[in-house]
Design a protein around this ligand. Structure first.
Ligand code: NOJ
Length: 482
């Protein structure tokens, strides 16, 4: 089915039943959607990150981050930058009013490390800290739980100049920053995630070079990965030491991996993708060990793994944060040179074709979200789960955006899958849609709109899309068929 058919079917059936009627592969039935229920105290929310929404990139003493540097070098689509983004630093009160209108009970945001510590270490920038204090207070006043991510990719450039994440010293500096934030904000903020998507920080930033700071050296990747994992353990303890109320987890993107064929080679490649992309950082935090089948002496030496590190790495999670966007199809891409240090060398990643596709080619397959949740339950001792992100981009024209029927349909189906997982014993307590309003989508600049509100970047006007209105009803009624 092509995109046009998908839209037609979506429109035709949404009005009546809330689900398409013609048996689109992978879709969840109208009956299941109607029957879906959520716990009364479930926390409906939205998520965003500092660089993507705040703007004010050099205001009030803020230092530059690696994303400021990367964007100013013209590395983002259409030479976009986060200099202004959604201007949230100046508009946070009205943005929080929008969340309230949507009956939200939780908002996941991130602190920009260089806004509070302009060079990453040393004296706190009071104005930066005050901003987050006011931000958290405004959320609390609106009855919204502030959920704080400490690192959503905007490393102080000053620390990159000292070697960035491959420099093991960053673990201690990050823990100091975490402790300071809990000391100053721990009376207002109790839910903390040290990291967002540690895999992408290390592999994208230092291995493939796909993200800031854009380095391409897999020897650096291994070092960066280990520093991030150590920083996670140290920050977890620093948060707890500074605030007795701190409840700490972290946010991990999960991409359920399916083998392209039943061949041994494809299944091995799939296991490898899963071990690295999905398990690497959760496993190491839970068990103090990297996935043993794949990380041997060579990698441990590259990382600079020292005796006693396993004790630093292992921390008891209060909750586990998972993002879900799509599943992937994995196959073996053939032999790999002995000196290739990329853990995913020889692994081919494709977008599956079984279900309908979004305009960026993402397959819509809600049951993969259910399967992923069941797996986290099974493999990690049924932890409390926060859905830290899910969502999708859709086309950019204003009218498609405001009447974003495909997005409503996507959310409805995925939330039904989540409701089934909850019924089957998964302890999901919160769900954060990505994202409140269209914002800076990293390398894609402003061209990938994922918000519930349409952002007019010229005027900063926010307009609710149909998905915002629908999500508000879900948060209010706990039902998906509204
Ligand atoms: C995950 C990242 O945490 C977030 O910053 C990004 O915008 C979304 N994925 C969507 O791609």
């Amino acid at each position: 089915m092509d995109r046009r058919d998908f839209i037609k079917v979506s429109f035709a059936s949404l009005a009546i039943t809330g689900a398409r009627a013609d048996g689109v592969p992978g879709e969840i039935s109208a009956e299941e959607i109607r029957a879906a229920r959520f716990p009364a105290d479930f926390l409906w929310g939205t998520a965003a990150s500092a660089y993507q929404v705040e703007g004010a990139w050099d205001a009030d003493g803020k230092g530059p981050s690696i994303w400021d540097r990367y964007a100013h070098a013209g590395r983002l689509a259409n030479k976009a930058t986060g200099d202004v983004a959604c201007d949230q630093v100046h508009r946070f009160k009205s943005d929080i009013a929008l969340m309230k209108q949507l009956h939200q009970k939780s908002h996941r945001f991130s602190i920009s490390w260089p806004r509070v510590l302009p060079s990453g270490t040393g004296a706190v920038n009071q104005k930066g800290l005050d901003y987050y204090r006011r931000f958290a207070d405004a959320l609390l006043e609106a009855g919204i739980r502030p959920f704080c991510t400490l690192y959503h990719w905007d490393l102080p450039q000053a620390l990159e100049d000292k070697g960035g994440w491959p420099n093991r010293d960053l673990a201690g500096w990050f823990a100091d920053y975490a402790g300071l934030m809990a000391k100053h904000l721990g009376d207002r903020i109790t839910v903390w995630a040290p990291f967002n998507m540690p895999w992408d920080i290390s592999r994208g930033g230092y291995g493939t070079g796909f993200a800031a700071p854009g380095k391409k050296d897999f020897a650096l990747f291994w070092k960066a990965a280990h520093t991030v994992a150590l920083a996670h353990g140290q920050a977890h303890r620093a948060l707890k030491a500074a605030s007795s109320k701190a409840m700490v987890g972290s946010a991990y993107e999960q991409e359920p991996a399916i083998a392209k064929s039943d061949s041994e080679a494809d299944r091995a490649a799939t296991a490898r993708y899963d071990a690295f992309h999905n398990r690497f950082f959760i496993d190491v935090a839970m068990h103090g060990r990297y996935p043993g089948t794949y990380v041997g002496e060579k990698q441990l030496a590259l990382m600079g793994f020292a005796p006693g590190d396993e004790k630093i790495l292992q921390v008891p999670f209060d909750w586990v944060g998972v993002h879900y966007y799509l599943r992937l199809m994995i196959s073996d891409a053939g032999p790999v040179a002995a000196d290739n240090l990329d853990p995913l060398a020889g692994v081919r990643v494709e977008l599956p074709n079984q279900g309908p596709k979004t305009h960026v080619g993402w397959e819509v397959w809600p049951n993969a979200f259910y399967d992923m949740l069941m797996r986290v339950k099974r493999d990690y001792g049924n932890p409390v789960i926060e859905i830290t992100e899910t969502g999708l981009p859709y086309p950019e024209t204003v009218s498609d955006q405001i009447h974003d029927t495909e997005r409503v349909q996507w959310y409805r189906q995925h939330l039904a899958a989540m409701a089934r997982a909850i019924k089957d014993g998964v302890r999901v307590r919160a769900y954060h849609a990505w994202t409140l309003m269209d914002n800076l989508e990293w390398q894609w600049g402003y061209g990938r709109r994922m918000g519930l509100f349409y952002t007019d970047f010229a005027t900063q006007k926010r307009t609710p899309k149909d998905s915002a209105l629908w999500y508000a009803r879900v948060a209010e009624t706990g039902r998906l068929d509204g």
